[in-house]
Design a protein around this ligand. Structure first.
Ligand code: ZN
Ligand code: ZN
Length: 363
């Protein structure tokens, strides 16, 4: 993880106060002490901590970072000094509960019923658990310069893997072989790992947007959709290209050109102030005009950061307005069941008058 500036804790403390709370718990209250990477995203953003056991109690007058002995050294090295690091020798939830005062915010979407029950038993009289939604969501959304550079590095590394894949060739290999080799190459180039399980989908499998790579051997003249990303410095990238070795038939070529036209129109429409629903609608125009509207069944794009899927959304139901510093994907696709699919995805940073494209591979 890249270091977290102390200003983030100040902003969260302000948000806690603005919500009428004395403190809030930030962290994974589904599996406290044994979390998976994504569920630690709030803590990672707030503190720069890259481990999987860390729960924060934060408010205008308190900054406590609760972890266990496995992570006390890492926490001391990475968590800003304004936090007091506490080694929970007995139970993490009991330790967290002992630091709660007054109205204490917890996020239901990140809390299991079991944890909620245990917390209720452990809190002092006079402490009230209050449900809050998305305490850090808006704060995490716009990326600062260091975050953008981490995402750009992850995108550049993914581009390097794409170049290597092309050089190595696709026809004659299985989808699984390509996916495994790509992930190994990512790590070889310095990635912490893939940001999600890589998708390699050949021929008819390409009509499944989230196909799982299998033993299908990639043939010449058929489309192969590869969707992958890397994690660098705690931040994700996400990029899709659709390849063909040999000549695609005219029907395939027509669909590819439509998806590309859609993607270029959407890229052109992206700027601060643009509406996520409007940009999504622009991307659908060329596809719908050609009669493939029903074959583009997912949203145009999503935010990317510590998690590979974050706000804002570019979709039919989006209520987000793009802000300078948002990092979003632009990924239209057409999927013809039983035949083939095409998706093209770039990762861009929204700017005042357009966007900076972090994905550089040819389309
Ligand atoms: Zn993707
Ligand atoms: Zn994506």
């Amino acid at each position: 993880m890249i270091p977290a500036p102390d200003t983030r804790a100040d902003r969260v403390a302000e948000a806690v106060a603005a919500a009428g709370l004395d403190v809030a718990i930030v962290g994974d209250l589904v599996r406290p002490g044994d979390s998976i990477r994504d569920s630690m995203a709030d803590v990672a953003w707030l503190t720069g901590f890259g481990g999987t056991s860390g729960t924060v109690v934060i408010g205008p007058d308190v900054r406590i970072f609760v972890t266990d002995f496995r992570y006390t050294d890492l926490a001391a090295d990475t968590v800003p000094q304004s936090f007091r690091i506490v080694d929970a020798t007995a139970d993490i939830l009991e330790e967290v509960a002992s630091h709660l005062t007054g109205k204490a915010g917890i996020e239901p979407a990140k809390t299991s019923m079991e944890t909620h029950g245990k917390l209720l038993e452990a809190i002092d009289e006079g402490v009230e658990l209050v449900a809050i939604e998305n305490l850090l969501t808006d704060l995490r959304r716009v990326k600062d310069r260091a975050e953008v550079e981490a995402i750009a590095a992850a995108a550049a590394l993914t581009d390097e893997v794409y170049a290597w894949i092309e050089e190595r060739g696709l026809a004659g290999r299985t989808e699984r072989d390509v996916a495994l080799a790509a992930e190994e190459k990512m790590r070889e180039l310095g990635a912490e790992g893939p940001s999600f399980p890589s998708i390699v989908a050949a021929g008819a499998n390409g009509a499944l947007p989230h196909a799982v790579p299998g033993d299908r051997v990639i043939g010449t003249g058929e489309y192969v959709t590869i969707d992958m990303g890397a994690i660098v410095d705690g931040y994700c990238s996400d990029c899709t290209r659709t390849f063909v070795e040999g000549e695609p038939d005219p029907a395939q070529k027509q669909v590819y050109d439509l998806v590309l036209a859609s993607q270029l129109a959407a890229l052109d429409a992206i700027r601060a102030g643009a509406n996520g629903r409007a940009v999504d609608a622009i991307s659908r125009e060329p596809i719908a005009e050609a009669g493939y509207g029903e074959r583009f069944g997912h949203g145009l794009g999503h935010g990317v950061g510590i998690e590979v899927h974050e706000p804002p959304r570019l979709s039919k139901r989006s209520e987000d307005t793009l802000l300078a510093g948002d990092v979003v994907t632009v990924e239209p696709g057409i999927y013809i069941p039983g035949e083939f699919g095409v998706r093209i995805e770039d990762l861009v940073v929204v700017t005042e008058d357009g966007c900076r494209n972090l994905s550089s591979r040819p389309k």
